[in-house]
Design a protein around this ligand. Structure first.
Ligand code: C2E
Ligand code: MG
Ligand code: MG
Length: 707
C-alpha cells in the first residue's frame, strides 16, 4: 500500500518549514523519531534523553531490539512491521523500553508509516509513560485486591464505571442474579433489565455520582430466571486520584424475609385472626380515609354497626370453638353482601362494622342492610350443630348525622342498640332523639351511682299465691328506684344499667339483706302464731347472671341468714336461663351451694330464652316461672295455652313446681289452675307493694317498728 500523499504546508509557512520543524523536534515532552529499514535515521534530543543516549549514538540503532526490553521485543517488532505494511494507521501502543544503562521504562509510541528521503519509513512520537503506567499498575493491583476482598463479602456486590458499564462483581452477585461475571462486564443495566427498571437505576446512579457517601434505596432485584427479591441497594461513588468520579459500587441486601415478617406483623396488628377482617385499628384508618375522600368529593357515606343477636347463647351452649366458627361464617356472609370497595371490619366479640363509602343513594345502604340481615338470619351449620342467630344493625350517614369518625361510630352504636330494643333482627337509623336517649341513659347512670347511698332505692314485694288454696305462700322482692326528679324508674331500665356500670353486686347484696330482714320478720311473727294458724312465707330474690361472675357471696348470704335466725328455706334465688347456658363448672357449683344450704332455685322468665329442658335437670331447679308473655295471650292464643300446659306437665314430671307470672284476670287464673299450675303471681292478686303494705296482706298484725 502506498503511503498517503503528504499534505503540503500552506504557502505562507513553506519558507518557515525548517524553523517549524526545529521548534517541534526541540520540544521537551515528546521524543520524535524516524525509522527506516529498521534503524533510527532520526531522533530528537528529547528521545535521546528518554533513553539516556546521545542523539548520535542512537542513530543507526535498531529501535525494536536495542531500545526495547526483551519482554516486549517481539511485540514491538510486530507493531513496527504492521505499520510498515500499512496495516495500522494512527494508533499507539505501549511497551517496556530499555535505557542505555539497562534500566527499563514505560514508553508510549504513536508511530505511523510515512516517506523519508523518497522511501518508506515510520515516523512518530514517543512519550515516557513510566509515571502513568506505574500508577495504572498500582491501580490494577488495588483493583485486584479489592476484587478479592469483595469475595469475602456475603452480599452481592457490583461495581461499574462512570458511564454505567459493569466493571466487575463478586460471586455472591453472580449467584444472586444468575449472571456470570463475564456476561456482565462491559454491559450496562439497560442490557440486563427491562427499560423502565433500568431507567430507575440509571436515574438513581446519576444522583449518587453527584453525592459523596453511601446512599440507599429499596427496590426489587430480578434474577435471570425471572424470580424477584425485595432488596436494599446501597450505592456509593468511587473516585479517580484527581477526585473525578471513576464509578460506583453497589451492595445488595436481600430484605425479602424482613419485609415478609414486617408484612406479617402489620397484618397481625391490623387484621382479626379469626375472621381475617380488618380489626378496630384498621377500621378507624379506613373510616378516616373514607371520610377524607367523601369530604373532598362531596360524597355520602354510610356506617353500619352490626351486633349479632343471641351470639352469647350459642357461644355458651355450644362452646367457644363453635362460636368462633359462627363468627368466621358471619364475617363471610357480611362480606358477600358488600362491594369490593366497602370495608367490613370486626370490632371485637360479635360486633362488626361496614363502611359504605361513595354512596349514591341512601337506598343503597338500606339494600345492603337488608341483605346482611337476610344473610345472618339463615341457619348456621356448624359441624354437627345448627345455630340460629340474627343481627341488629345501626345505620348512620355522613355528612347528615356527623362529620367525624368517633361521632359516626357512636351514632351507629346507638342506632344498633335501638334496633336491639325494638326486638332484634332489624335495623335502625341514627336519629337525634336516639342521641338524646343515649345522653339520658348516661345521666340516669350517673344518678344511679347515688341512688343507694341517698336512700332512693326500696324493695317492693309482690305476693305469690297457691293457685288452689288462694293462700300467699311466697313473695318476690322487686326493686324500686324513687328518682328525685324522674319519679319511679323501672328496674327494667336501671338493672341492665347497674350491670353495665358494675353496680349490680352492691345493689343486689342490699336487696338480699332487705329481703332477708323481711323474711326474718315473717318468720318471727309466724312462729308466734298458734301452730294451726302458722303459714311459712318464702321471699324470692332476683339475682342477675353478672352477680355470678364476681366474687362468691353464697357463703356470706347463707351465714347472714343463719345469723339473723332465718332458715335458708325461707329465701329463694331467681335466676334466668342465660345463666344456665354458662358452661363453666363453677356456675353449677355456686348454684349447688345455695341448694345444699336449703335455699330454693327458681328459673325466671321461662320460655323466653333457650328453654332447654336438659338444663332444668342438670341444675336441679326447684321452681320454674312461666313468663308473662305466655300468660298474657292465654285466652286468645291456643298455642300459648298448649305451651303452658306442656311446660307444667313436663316440670311436674321432673319434680319441679311451677309459678305463672303476670296473671291479670280471673280467666287466666282459672285456665292455669286447671292446667295444674301450682302458684300464681300477678296484678289480679296484687301489684308489687311496699313492705308494710305487703305485711298487711298477710294479716300478721301490726307492722313491727324496727326490724
Ligand atoms: P321479673 O323477675 O320477671 O319480675 C316480674 C316482673 O313482672 C316485675 O316487674 C313485676 O312488677 C311484673 N309483674 C308482676 N305481675 C304482673 C302482671 O300481672 N302484669 C304485668 N304486666 N307485669 C307484672 P318489675 O318489678 O318492673 O321488674 C322487672 C324486672 O327487673 C324483673 O323481672 C327482674 O328481672 C328485674 N329485677 C327487679 N328487681 C330486681 C333485683 O332486685 N335484682 C335483679 N337482679 N333484678 C331485678
Ligand atoms: Mg323475678
Ligand atoms: Mg319473670
Amino acid at each position: 500500500m502506498r503511503p498517503k500523499e503528504l499534505t503540503p504546508l500552506p504557502n505562507e509557512l513553506a519558507s518557515e518549514a525548517a524553523s517549524l520543524f526545529r521548534g517541534l523536534v526541540n520540544n521537551e515532552l515528546f521524543g520524535v523519531y524516524v525509522i527506516q529499514d529498521g534503524l533510527f535515521v532520526y531522533v530528537n534530543p528529547r528521545l535521546a534523553e528518554i533513553f539516556s543516549y546521545s542523539q548520535e549514538a542512537l542513530c543507526g540503532k535498531k529501535g525494536p531490539t536495542d531500545l526495547t526490553d526483551p519482554v516486549d521485543r517481539d511485540m514491538a517488532a510486530l507493531e513496527i512491521n504492521r505499520r510498515v505494511q500499512g496495516e495500522v494507521v494512527g494508533s499507539h501502543y505501549t511497551f517496556k523500553g530499555l535505557r542505555k544503562d539497562g534500566s527499563s521504562l514505560d514508553v508510549e509510541v504513536f508511530g505511523t508509516r510515512t516517506e523519508f528521503r523518497g522511501r518508506p519509513a515510520i515516523a512518530g512520537l514517543l512519550l515516557d509513560a513510566s509515571a502513568r503506567c506505574e500508577a495504572e499498575r498500582a491501580m490494577s493491583k488495588q483493583l485486584n485486591l479489592i476484587a478479592q476482598l469483595l469475595e469475602t463479602i456475603p452480599n452481592p456486590v457490583l461495581y461499574k464505571d462512570a458511564q454505567g458499564r459493569y466493571l466487575g462483581c463478586n460471586k455472591a452477585f453472580e449467584a444472586f442474579m444468575g449472571y456470570a461475571r463475564e456476561d456482565m462486564i462491559g454491559k450496562t443495566v439497560y442490557d440486563i433489565s427491562p427499560r423502565e427498571v433500568a431507567e430507575v437505576h440509571d436515574h438513581m446512579d446519576q444522583l449518587i455520582f453527584k453525592t459523596p457517601g453511601i446512599q440507599s434505596y429499596e427496590g426489587v432485584a430480578t434474577h435471570r430466571d425471572g424470580s424477584r427479591r425485595d432488596v436494599m441497594f446501597y450505592k456509593a461513588p468511587f473516585n479517580n486520584a484527581d477526585g473525578s468520579v471513576a464509578g460506583l459500587v453497589t451492595v445488595i441486601v436481600d430484605i425479602t424475609e424482613r419485609k415478609r415478617a414486617e408484612e406479617l406483623i402489620w397484618h397481625q396488628a391490623n387484621y382479626d385472626s379469626l375472621t381475617k377482617l380488618p380489626n378496630r385499628r384498621l377500621f378507624y384508618d379506613r373510616l378516616a380515609q373514607s371520610l377524607r375522600m367523601a369530604h373532598r368529593g362531596s360524597l355520602q357515606l354510610a356506617l353500619l354497626f352490626i351486633d349479632l343477636d343471641r351470639f352469647k347463647e350459642v357461644n355458651d351452649s355450644l362452646g367457644h370453638n363453635v362460636g368462633d366458627e359462627l363468627l368466621a361464617e358471619a364475617a363471610r356472609r357480611i362480606g358477600a353482601c358488600v362491594r369490593e370497595s366497602d370495608t367490613v371490619a370486626r370490632l371485637g366479640g360479635d360486633e362488626f362494622t361496614v363502611i359504605l363509602p361513595d354512596l349514591a343513594d341512601t337506598d343503597d345502604a338500606e339494600r345492603v342492610v337488608l341483605s346482611i340481615l337476610d344473610a345472618l338470619s339463615a341457619p348456621f351449620a356448624l359441624g354437627n350443630d345448627i345455630a340460629y342467630v340474627s343481627a341488629s344493625i345501626g345505620v348512620t350517614l355522613y355528612p347528615r348525622d356527623a362529620d367525624n369518625a368517633e361521632a359516626l361510630l357512636k351514632n351507629a352504636d346507638q342506632a344498633m342498640y335501638a334496633a336491639k330494643a325494638e326486638g332484634r333482627n332489624g335495623f335502625s337509623y341514627f336519629t337525634p332523639s336516639l342521641q338524646a336517649r343515649a345522653v339520658d341513659r348516661l345521666r340516669i347512670g350517673n344518678d344511679l351511682r347515688q341512688a343507694l347511698p341517698s336512700g332512693q332505692l326500696e324493695v317492693y314485694y309482690q305476693p305469690i299465691l297457691d293457685l288452689h288454696s288462694g293462700q300467699i305462700v311466697k313473695a318476690e322482692a322487686l326493686l324500686r328506684w324513687h328518682h328525685p326528679e324522674r319519679g319511679m324508674v323501672s328496674p327494667a331500665v336501671f338493672i341492665p344499667l347497674a350491670e353495665e356500670l358494675g353496680l349490680i353486686n352492691e345493689i343486689g347484696d342490699w336487696v338480699f339483706h332487705q329481703a332477708a330482714h323481711m323474711a326474718a320478720l315473717w318468720h318471727r311473727a309466724n312462729a308466734a302464731l298458734p301452730a294451726t294458724q302458722r303459714f311459712p312465707v318464702q321471699v324470692a330474690v332476683n339475682k342477675s347472671p353478672r352477680q355470678f361472675s364476681s366474687a362468691c357471696d353464697e357463703g356470706v348470704w347463707i351465714d347472714y341468714l343463719k345469723g339473723i335466725g332465718v332458715p335458708p328455706s325461707c329465701v329463694a334465688v331467681e335466676i334466668t336461663e342465660g345463666l344456665l347456658l354458662d358452661e363453666r363448672p363453677e356456675i353449677k357449683a355456686r348454684l349447688m351451694n345455695f341448694r345444699d344450704a336449703g335455699m330454693q332455685i327458681s328459673l325466671d322468665d321461662f320460655g323466653t330464652g333457650y328453654s332447654a329442658m336438659a338444663y332444668l335437670k342438670r341444675f336441679e331447679i326447684d321452681v320454674l316461672k312461666i313468663d308473662q308473655s305466655f300468660v298474657r295471650d292465654l285466652m286468645t292464643d291456643p298455642g300459648d295455652l298448649a305451651i303452658s300446659e306442656a311446660i307444667i306437665a313436663m316440670a311436674h314430671k321432673l319434680g319441679i313446681a311451677v309459678v305463672a307470672e303476670g296473671i291479670e284476670s280471673e280467666e287466666q287464673r282459672k285456665l292455669l289452675a286447671d292446667a295444674g299450675c301450682d302458684f300464681g303471681q300477678g296484678y289480679l292478686f296484687s301489684r308489687p307493694v311496699p313492705a308494710e303494705q305487703f305485711w298487711r296482706q298477710l294479716n300478721l298484725g301490726s307492722y313491727p317498728e324496727s326490724v
